[in-house]
Ligand binder design. Structure first.
Ligand SMILES: [Zn+2]
Length: 96
């Protein structure tokens, strides 16, 4: 009985190892898929070339995300900035 249990443990350990080996290349292929997430946003499409949350000037190709507010489009350097903006857009726009 003990022997069977021991063998089962080895099998379990082996399957865990093979599982880990399978997971690694999967993670590698997943990385490039998320990379071209940068949006093709033109600065001219935005109502301002400034990130109103962190105050950073935005550059073409460096716009990570956008949000529209009162019919205007605003760009952000990061999705975190967008999230912050959406919490209270008017207060961010007020502090120029
Ligand atoms: Zn920002």
């Amino acid at each position: 009985m003990k022997k069977i249990f021991f063998a089962a443990n080895i099998l379990l350990a082996l399957s865990l190892v093979s599982c880990n080996q399978k997971a690694e290349p999967k993670a590698e292929t997943a990385a490039p898929a998320t990379e071209p997430k940068k949006m093709e946003v033109k600065l001219s499409d935005l109502s301002s070339n400034k990130d109103y949350v962190c105050g950073m000037p935005l550059e073409e190709g460096g716009i990570a995300d956008t949000a529209s507010y009162e019919g205007k489009l605003y760009g952000f350097c990061a999705s975190e900035c967008k999230a912050e903006f959406q919490k209270n857009p008017s207060s961010h726009l007020a502090q120029k």
